[in-house]
Design a protein around this ligand. Structure first.
Ligand code: SAM
Length: 293
């Protein structure tokens, strides 16, 4: 996928600036740009931050949309609350990637969480998100947050710490994120989880990225006893259908949904709720077929 900023003269406006994210170089999402807020290169990737008419500010890494102000809540609520309302007492949470801080924000809405460790490879992404997306990145400076700038795979291979929940909020399996889609990384995640631990990874679009999605499911099914896919509708992600793969050593996301904690917490969300928690695991046949081979 590549993103180009194209300029197009039109009858109505002096200049229309559009950002296009292309999928498989055959399909694209085009969004009208109000202003270019930042463009730069880190040692890991190109970073662009655009202000758009429809989706507000948008973080783009290597030409791919990572978050927008308008729809980031969907992805972060679904990545965070499904596992955190399944594990009965998630004290130690690890977020791999997640440089924008949205997953940390949702994680810290759970009072049981004593510490969330965020291992993000690119410090420039964090600093720019703190500057341009304070409503997303605000909890990175929470005293409960431990922020480490490192490769998630190297961190897991060197730490002896254990976690209750590990959330892989990686970008697409290209560049620095490629290692986060490998079986060896998933085995390390399994090893770094407590005996009742849960691992959830974003697992791409089951429409546009079927090979990656299927391989991920197969690999994880060989490592974890419980592996289930859930999905959400995210307008600015490729195909707008986005998947998450839930992996667990003990708890089932439906049978062990902690309704008492859910009712007590009265969480303020805009997408996730108790019914969505269950409905998200209901899969269209084309996804079932991908999973069942
Ligand atoms: N929601 C987005 C998605 O589904 O594609 C992910 C957003 S988040 C910005 C992705 C983050 O993963 C980026 O900040 C990137 O720098 C980070 N990242 C990529 N490879 C990594 C690695 N090996 N270890 C830690 N962080 C990594």
């Amino acid at each position: 996928m590549s993103g180009d900023i194209i300029r197009e003269e039109s009858m109505t406006d002096l200049w229309n600036v559009w950002f296009s994210e292309l999928h498989q170089n055959r399909v694209g999402l085009t969004i009208k740009v109000k202003r270019l807020l930042y463009s730069g290169e880190s040692p890991f990737q190109r970073i662009d931050i655009l202000d758009t008419y429809e989706f507000g500010k948008m973080l783009v890494l290597y030409g791919s949309i990572m978050i927008t102000e308008k729809d980031e809540f969907i992805y972060h609520e679904m990545l965070g609350h499904v596992p955190l309302f399944t594990h009965p007492n998630p004290k130690e949470v690890l977020v791999i990637g997640g440089g924008d801080g949205g997953t940390v924000r949702e994680t810290l809405k759970h009072p049981e969480v004593e510490r969330v460790t965020m291992v993000e490879i690119d410090e420039l992404v964090v600093r720019k998100c703190q500057e341009f997306f304070p409503e997303v990145a605000g909890q990175i400076s929470n005293p409960k947050t431990r922020l480490l700038f490192a490769d998630g795979e190297k961190f897991l291979s060197s730490t002896q710490e254990k976690f209750d929940v590990i959330l892989c909020d990686a970008a697409d399996p290209i560049g620095p994120a490629e290692v986060l889609f490998q079986k060896s990384f998933h085995q390390m995640a399994y090893d770094r989880l407590n005996d009742d631990g849960i691992f959830v990874t974003q697992s791409e679009s089951p429409y546009f990225h079927q090979r990656t999605f299927k391989k991920l499911y197969e690999n994880l099914s060989r490592i974890f006893p419980i592996v289930r896919v859930y999905w959400a509708y995210i307008p600015t992600y490729p195909s707008a259908i986005w998947s998450f793969t839930f992996c667990s050593k003990k708890y089932d996301p439906l049978a062990d949904f902690d309704r008492e904690r859910y009712n007590k917490l009265q969480l303020e969300t805009n997408y996730y709720n108790d019914e969505i928690h269950h409905a998200a695991f209901v899969l269209p046949n084309f996804i079932r077929k991908l999973i069942n081979g």
